[in-house]
Design a binder for this molecule. Structure first.
Ligand code: ANZ
Ligand code: ZN
Length: 819
């Protein structure tokens, strides 16, 4: 090919085909020598062709996989598709194409684009979560969870999206709206399937310690907040009259003497009983119904007026025997703690707002030290600072938090009235969906036997294909297929009905990384292979999955660990999250008309330029504004690299050029370091400096032919993970027969990398006193230190104080003493 002009459109398809033919990127199962490295990218959802977010994530992930391979690892870099999900049905409804057809077509489109991009996947392990060969095992895993009591069904108020006509997990409700379509989410009482993730709340928290430094603080904090651990106490109050116990959770047992009323969530079963037959019964029912329609966010909002109804009953405070009126109020949630609270208006703002609205008493029990005493009657803001207990019987005078909390908790425990308690914000994971395009839940409902699991040898429960109407109607489209629904009970053989709900697609993605270790026909995964490859060494994907997917996958792995199927408790040792790709600051979308598509860039400039432009745009974890980048500039640079390597491949010996050698080795060391820390953008700029230096040397005839050739070789090797096509072609130009991607990563000579040394002259009051060797690029700070370390200079100072230092980097430091 032309040494003056590089044509990616000619070169790229050639190498893409050759790599596939040579199965260059296949993970080697038989190799026991090389260290293994599992480089995982979050698998894509096939909603169309690959978008810019994919280009970014997979460009980064591919650099990691390629670098590790060249560094001598046996790399597993798999790909598959997260292929169940609502968009397929919505497309079916809008365009009349079957979800399956639409999905597999999009997968083919994305597969073709991945091939053009030259991503170094091991294609032999590819699968889609909607393949029966895959979801058979999703069902198998569900049944194992079911057997262990970790999958169960219960009636509960759930989030209902009126637009998508399906339930949503709490995690899928963002500010009271459906994560997918933005509709206002409603509450409905429905019987649904759940995973008991709350049983693993503490383990999910504790094991995060192992991830510190290898996951971003941001993601770890988001997970921690989502799990939301609070410590405090349970306290048992008794209903006045009946003596029935009713338990509260409080984070402030030290304020027990400040409780002036008691609040139940409207859904609390006790509320219904207390109010029955009373004059407030009708008002309470109307209130409960109104509150039931409100979302949690509305109920917890601090802006809104709190509302409640007196239930006509009292409870007794166990520590002082005081009678407290019982209310039902919207701001107390049934799903948190015990669904009941002791209200301490002096020290809790929500309780204070409520007390003022309904004229309930306020009693201060914690006084701030050193300021005038607070008065409950005039308090306008709840006092939640540190202070000393007052009005608290035997506890008066104790520092509230440090001594009050442990003392009161211990006393409650000793008297059998309560004790230390931990509470989590995390709820069980609602996994059932009333939609078609998902994994069927393998359960049969039998009038005689109840819930019956489908026996393993009858898996998979296949999605029925005789369904044409995917429109949401409040129940699963699967219910409309008689052939699917009617089934013999696996236990008694009598007529029974299949479960018609399908699973949340987050179930599919909670274990896919295990299956990549081998497409085992008999099991979800082979534990031996999993033991060899896992945990994942490096996981790359979007920050938008910081909570849901990562929490669920961590939960699955912990359960599998407890089942003895995997030997580790955390699936992903290290995590890298790329930023978003935006256009002029706004999200890209078709409707905004600012959509840029990866294929368009590949068509115009080739895949190398698409990848490099994305990775050069800024730090990988920051957002990329595509308006600020220049594929044209990157294309021009690659043309220069092309010509430079050609020029350096031949030519006559000039004088040996130490500077060129130093540049080549310094770049090797720095680019290695950058790539290992995912600083792709700075690695690229260092390669630009190297290519410029080499071009100049070649033009001026500096350096021996061997020196120039070595610099060119390094440039090509270091650029290979970032721009796999042009480097493969240039590798041939440099005379190699094998693939650059199977070549060893270059090392460097530490002597050449060490900064050049110069002589620093040390003066005291203008008189030369010493000469020392320092690095040519030493900072002022380092030069000052070198000066102060000199014995000769110190002797010359003879105890006098240095008033100031004159520093002229890197040659001179003058120590000026006070006169
Ligand atoms: C008495 C008290 C006094 C409280 C005080 C706070 C301050 P976190 O930190 O979020 O765990 N609470 C308990 N269950 C509730 C529910 N189901 N709905 C609404 N609020 C509930 O908050 C725990 C505190 O929130 C608990 O401690 C309880 O109020 C309230 F000076 O009890 B506290
Ligand atoms: Zn039966």
């Amino acid at each position: 090919m032309d040494a003056d002009r590089y044509d990616p459109q000619q070169v790229e398809p050639k190498w893409a085909a050759a790599w596939e033919e040579q199965v260059l990127y296949r993970a080697d199962e038989s190799d026991q020598d090389r260290p293994r490295f599992y480089a995982l990218d979050m698998f894509p959802y096939p909603s169309g062709d690959l978008h810019m977010g994919h280009l970014e994530a997979f460009s980064g992930g591919d650099v990691i996989a390629r670098l590790k391979r060249m560094q001598g690892h046996n790399v597993l870099h798999p790909i598959g598709w997260d292929a169940f999900g609502l968009p397929a049905e919505n497309a079916a409804i809008r365009r009349g194409v079957h979800p399956k057809t639409w999905t597999y077509r999009n997968i083919e489109t994305q597969r073709a684009t991945f091939r053009r991009l030259g991503t170094s996947f091991d294609w032999s392990r590819a699968f889609n979560t909607c393949d029966p060969d895959y979801y058979r095992w999703t069902q198998w895993l569900f049944l194992r969870f079911y057997e262990r009591g970790l999958a169960y069904r219960k009636a509960s108020p759930v989030n209902w999206c009126p637009n998508d006509q399906t339930v949503l997990a709490n995690e899928q409700v963002i500010n009271g709206r459906c994560e997918r379509c933005d509709a206002l989410v409603e509450k409905r009482e429905l019987t649904q399937w759940f995973f008991r993730i709350t049983a693993y709340a503490q383990a999910l928290l504790d094991d995060m310690e192992d991830l510190a430094d290898r996951w971003s603080d941001k993601v770890l904090t988001m997970q921690r907040n989502w799990i939301g651990r609070s410590t405090g106490a349970h306290v048992d109050f008794t209903v006045d009259g009946s003596g029935e116990a009713v338990r509260v959770f409080t984070t402030r047992p030290d304020t027990l003497y400040g409780a002036t009323f008691f609040v139940l969530a409207p859904e609390h079963p006790l509320a219904e009983r207390l109010v029955a037959g009373g004059e407030q019964e009708a008002a309470f029912r109307a209130f409960r119904e109104r509150v039931g329609r409100e979302t949690e966010v509305e109920r917890l909002s601090t802006e809104r007026d709190k509302e409640g109804v007196f239930l006509g009953a009292h409870v007794v405070n166990p520590v002082n025997g005081e009678r407290l009126p019982v209310w039902a109020a919207d701001y107390v949630l049934m799903e948190y703690g015990t669904g009941a609270i002791m209200a301490v208006p002096a020290h809790d703002q929500r309780d204070l707002d409520f007390a003022r609205k309904y004229g309930l008493p306020v009693r201060v029990v914690v006084q701030p030290e050193g300021s005038p005493p607070l008065d409950g009657a005039t308090l306008t803001e709840a006092m939640h600072h540190e202070g000393v207990l007052v009005n608290s019987g035997p506890y008066d005078g104790l520092p509230a938090t440090d001594e009050g909390i442990p003392r009161i908790t211990a006393d409650l425990e000793a008297r059998g009235l309560g004790g230390f308690a931990v509470n989590y914000r995390l709820r069980d994971w609602l996994l059932s969906r009333q939609r078609y395009w998902g994994c069927p839940i393998p359960i049969v409902h039998c009038p005689a036997c109840g819930e019956v699991p489908v026996p393993d040898d009858q898996l998979p429960v296949l999605l029925p294909e005789d369904i044409s109407d995917f429109k949401p109607k409040g129940r699963s489209p699967l219910a409309t297929s008689e052939a699917f629904v009617n089934v013999d009970c696996p236990r008694c053989g009598g007529p029974a009905r299949r479960e018609t709900d399908t699973m949340d697609t987050f179930v599919d993605s909670s274990w896919y990384f295990l299956r990549y270790t081998g497409l085992d026909p008999e099991r979800p995964f082979d534990p031996d292979r999993v033991a060899r490859w896992m945990p994942v060494d490096q996981y790359t994907g979007g920050i938008e999955h910081a909570i849901l997917h990562l929490l669920y996958a961590r939960f699955f792995v912990k359960v599998l660990h407890d089942m003895g199927l995997v030997g580790f408790v955390e699936p992903f040792t290290a995590m890298l999250n790329q930023g978003m790709v935006v256009m002029h600051g706004a999200a890209m979308s078709k409707s905004r008309g600012n959509l840029v598509e990866p294929t368009a860039i590949i068509d115009q400039h080739g895949a190398d330029v698409a990848r490099l432009t994305m990775l050069f745009a800024g730090p990988f974890e920051d957002d990329v504004d595509w308006a600020d980048v220049s594929p044209e500039g990157m294309a021009r640079w690659l043309q220069r690299v092309w010509r430079t390597v050609h020029a350096a491949a031949g030519g006559q010996d000039g004088d040996s050029d130490l500077e060129l050698r130093r540049l080549a080795h310094r770049t090797t060391a720095a680019v290695t370091d950058d790539l290992e820390r995912f600083r792709f953008n700075t690695a690229i700029s260092k390669l630009m400096v190297l290519s410029n230096g080499l071009a100049e040397a070649a033009r001026a005839g500096r350096g021996t032919a061997a020196e120039r050739r070595d610099a060119a070789t390094r440039l090509v090797l270091l650029l290979a993970p970032l721009a796999p096509f042009v480097t493969e072609e240039l590798w041939r130009v440099l005379g190699h027969g094998d693939s650059v991607h199977a070549s060893a990563w270059p090392g460097h000579d530490p002597e050449l990398v060490r900064a050049e040394r110069v002589t620093l002259v040390l003066q005291v009051d203008g008189k030369v006193r010493d000469r020392v060797e320092v690095a040519a690029d030493a900072t002022e700070e380092q030069l000052r230190e070198a000066a102060m370390a000199s014995d000769k200079a110190r002797t010359a100072l003879a105890g006098r104080e240095v008033a100031r230092m004159v520093v002229v980097p890197p040659k001179l430091v003058n120590l000026v003493t006070r006169r």
